[in-house]
Design a protein around this ligand. Structure first.
Ligand code: B16
Ligand code: MG
Length: 219
């Protein structure tokens, strides 16, 4: 396979914003008197904001407690907490191994894109000062079907002008790995905690990202 593009998830791959998503949901859950822990947070990775809130409600047997408008308002409240928290991000928060890996890919003519369903992705990339490393950043506001649907990864491949089989997707969440496979791409999983779907290449951390090993495989 000749690799033409690398398509990166943001939260949990380029940086560890998962911890801020956790803290923001925890703050909201505490205010509402709901149970919320790291295990429930794991299920929210790669899942849209409103669907994340639905999962928290389900886990608390409270799916019927709010109207759709109230749910939206509460999910937005979480987002306000999250936005405040991410303002402390700096380039030091880019996960180890990411910049050398992307630099090597670009040197070899491989394009790079971001496939994050987070509406805060542009701000996070700006704070990390890495927006310029990417040839395309998908606009989460335009994505109709969140991961595990393949839409966001296919949008990136289309925008770059490549076939899915020429792209590698890099993800940390179960929903993201499913999205990559549904798109017909090869997947690299970074410390994927829920493992009912196996990534094609499983790594423990971004430190293990190696351009030669990932992009010049003979299979
Ligand atoms: P927002 P990714 C996802 O980003 C996160 O993993 C997920 O936890 C979050 O709920 C979702 O973005 C929406 O984010 O509320 O900021 O729009 O993993 O696709 O980069
Ligand atoms: Mg992620």
């Amino acid at each position: 396979m000749s690799v033409k593009a690398l398509i990166f998830d943001l939260d949990g791959v380029l940086t560890d914003t998962a911890k801020y998503h956790y803290l923001a949901w925890k703050k909201l859950a505490d205010e509402l008197g709901f149970y919320f822990d790291e295990d429930i947070n794991e299920l929210l990775k790669g899942v849209s904001r409103i669907n994340s809130f639905e999962i928290i409600l389900q886990k608390n047997n409270a799916s019927q407690k709010f109207t759709p408008a109230e749910k939206e308002a509460l999910a937005n409240k979480k987002n306000e907490y999250y936005k405040e928290m991410i303002e402390q991000l700096t380039p030091d928060d880019i996960l180890e191994g990411i910049v050398p890996f992307i630099t090597e890919a670009r040197k070899n003519g491989v394009k790079c894109a971001v496939a994050s369903i987070s509406k805060n992705a542009p701000r996070v990339l700006q704070l990390l000062k890495i927006s310029d490393l990417f040839d395309y950043i998908a606009d989460a506001a335009l994505v109709k079907k969140p991961k595990p649907d393949p839409e966001i990864f296919l949008t990136c491949a289309n925008a770059l002008g490549f076939e899915p089989c020429e792209c590698i997707g890099i993800e940390d969440a179960q929903a993201g790995i499913e999205s990559i496979h549904a798109a017909g791409m090869t997947s690299v999983g970074i410390n994927v905690a829920v493992t009912s779907v196996k990534p094609d290449i499983a790594l423990k951390s971004t430190r293990e990202l190696d351009f030669e090993k990932i992009c010049n495989r003979n299979d």
